[in-house]
Design a protein around this ligand. Sequence first.
Ligand code: NOJ
Length: 531
Amino acid sequence: MTQKSSPWWQSATIYQIYIRSFQDSNGDGIGDLAGILNRLDYLHALGVDALWITPFYPSPMADFGYDVSAYCDVDPRFGSIADFDRLRDGLHQRGMKLLIDLVPNHTSNQHPWFQEALSSRQSPKRDWYIWHDPSPDGGVPNNWWSLSGGPAWQFDPASQQYYMHSFLAEQPDLNWRNPAVRDAFYQVMRFWLDRGVDGFRVDVIGGLMKDPAFQDDPVNEGYKDSDPDFLRLKAINSSNRPEVMEVIAEMRAVLAHYAGDRVLIGELYQPVEQLVFYYGAHLEGVHLPFNFNLMWLEWKAWGVMKLIELYERHLPKGAWPTWVLGNHDQPRVASRLGPAQARLAMMLMLTLRGTPTLYQGEELGLENAIISADEIQDPFAKAGKGQGRDGERTPMPWDDSAHAGFSTHTPWLRLGGDAALKHVAAQDKDPLSMLAMTRALFKLRKQEPALSRGEWSALYADDHSLSYERILGQDRFAILLNLTGQTILVEPPPYSAKLVLSSYLDHTEKAFDFSDHVTLRPNEGCIFKAL
Ligand code: NOJ
């Protein structure tokens, strides 16, 4: 019997494109599919293997595309199906993969399904959404809270019932307990799989099933005043129901009909102990449940090590890890940790075991923009509800031309304050730039399979630094990371080794004194290879 080789997505790196802000090709100030095609050479040279593109479907843009009004089409603002096909071909010709965003938890309130559901209580589409009579006092049916702020229920005066929305009222939740909804969605998946997509990032995958008895969510005892409102409750009835695994297994069955190891990635905001549940007891669940835990970790060396060990320990047998530093919903890593430590975070993510997903601009070390009240675009922030996300969504800065080469027109959201300094063209010329370091890391990861497929094991961690190994066959790598702004002395790798990459990108041939210690400069990370 021949042994099946591991699927492509285990050794791949993924790059997230927030389509509105990557590259505009038609001068309307909004990024589009053709813009991405124009930048494929940049992405290919960077060394990423797969792109995940945020929603480009027709949408009223109440939540910038996460409110879909037609699932099998392209919004004219983002291009056309022909542009999509050209982008797919451009990627596949370069040996790269295309992942798209699937938004199954809710539709737009303008989607024909919802319009039909709204038309009468007797409509055949009524049960495609989640409706409930008012509570006996005439108010909302229960205490479920929307993630964009306020109760998760909107009253429909015509039918005298409430419908549920986990996000904005313009995003009514679908009823995934209805088999017709499931079938409709599996059709949508087949449409895109037939068109050649290599997988899906599934939005809010853990929220698809709700408690059929509509029980209240219990109070979260661990709530802190600095937390967003929705964390006041533990969403165990409005979301995160174990029955969702049934749906996920069905999605996997849809993918299984297609060749080429199509991948299912889930958006899941969960601590690792709960996150691993989504792999499924027999790995019939999500291939890659996004692991966001680095994003809110206190940035201490021993804490980072504790997280990695906890995750590695909890992974079901054969499950493949995954790591993320940021996305279009969370403050940028360079703002959270500072630019110097953002370099280290990149080295960490690209040397851990697991599939990494980079958010556009992380390779440039972009920081969050400060958005003044009159510039706010994010609907969640406009409603004065929840955390504004514009700061991490500013357009990609490409060069020093008008609008940083993003568009010939004023962009939909202004450029970040660091665009003029950190644009691609400037970093291209600087051999020590963050971009240069990210490219070097990608290159090394490709050259050295131990860094992608190798086993991971801890060496040590203390208050200042951590160190771990990657091992594949005879190849052994030790990664030493200084998480402080001081020069420190750390234990050397437990064997003779040569330095293959420093995050400073200089002296790569310089020998270290292995007699008793290695000196790490402020914020320095080093990758050693055993001789
Ligand atoms: C998660 C997406 O990443 C976010 O941008 C969106 O607002 C919500 N899901 C709702 O779809």
